[in-house]
Design a protein around this ligand. Sequence first.
Ligand code: AMP
Ligand code: GLY
Length: 425
Amino acid sequence: MKTLIVGSGGREHALAYWFAKFGHEVIGVPGNPGINDIGKVYPCSPLDFDGVRQIAEKEKVNVILPGPEEPLVKGIKDKLGKDFFVYGPFSKEAYLEGSKAFAKEFMTDSGVPTAGYAVFDNPEKAHKHLNERKMPCVVKASGLAAGKGSIVCRTENEAHDAVKKIMEQRVFGEAGDIVVIEDFLRGVECSIIALVAGDEYVMLLPSQDHKPIYDNDEGPNTGGMGAYAPLPFVNNELLEKIENEIIKRTVRGFVRKNFDFQGAVYAGLMITKEGPFVLEYNVRFGDPETQPLIYLLNTDPELIIEKTKEFKLGSIELNWKNGYALCVVLSSGGYPGEYEKGKEIKGLEQIVDTDNIYVFHAGTRKENNRIFTNGGRVLGVTAYGNTLKQAKSRAYEGVQKISFENMHYRKDIGEKGFKSLEELI
Ligand code: AMP
Ligand code: GLY
């Protein structure tokens, strides 16, 4: 099978690694130097759908797999889906990620537990609501904001500032035309990705992202600074609850909406004392969660693609390596604010790809056989271990071998995995 993977991040490198591991050919558009080690890459924007089509035709690919949300929300499947199998949703289905207001309505209609909320398309009304509601709350730009559009506000002043920033200063552009203001939920976060085909689905292992830039979840949110899987504190009973109350109801909601969903759905959950609640949906694989998940997944992607095409996904059982995988993201100093690019990355050659550690590329660039930083999130050092502790120490041993000017990473990836659910919520 030949797959064209759209995107250039750690998630796309992990997906490419998965296909290649099972002997499939991979084309990266635009890819990155890590993907280029596995397959061919073409310099073309993920939003240039005619360009993607030309490459797909030339390479005679069997599948197009978009990694990031933007091409999906902007209709890559609407445009290319007649001629190619696009693994992912049509734009009307991707609206679940493209509009938080739509997602909240969908959850309410589908009986999926989510925080109480109100939606505003006008800042005066949003400010008036804030004068009357309880704090803390979360103010969210409804549209796409690269994972940075949600602001947790402890006080009324902070919430007014968040509305000003999103709706009046428009720091996220038109993504802030509408805001969702929702109740703050206390608990522990968990990412659940389900592969969906119509009314059938199969769930991946639970994983956890680390969104804030600094240790102990301090500082501004990023695209994700690390992840691990599975989560020791998600026991079978909780997993069953997540499946019944969230995944099944979500998939039933798709059917009710006449979606023929074929792709990955990601539910970002808050596990609270009252049970799991959905904070957000994504209509794709999560990043960085996909890096540890793929590192544990031993099922041929061709099987998943074929079963998805036939809408017969419910019959397959995924094959997971026992143990844990953990990914530490190395970022450019300054990210998620301004940062410099073009720093030479040293030490990559010291990490030999064994079954236990792998470095996924994200914001990197190769020139004359040297690798330079080229983005905010630069690399995802991903390691396997029989225990979470072992996966963690292997990943951080790997991190110690790599360096570039102003390199930053969190030192506490996976720490919540050593606690019990009672301690966490
Ligand atoms: P979102 O963009 O909705 O995924 O939110 C980004 C991050 O903000 C989440 O990963 C949570 O850490 C936090 N967050 C979002 N909504 C809530 C909420 N209702 N209660 C508490 N934290 C939230
Ligand atoms: N890990 C969060 C995301 O993929 O958006």
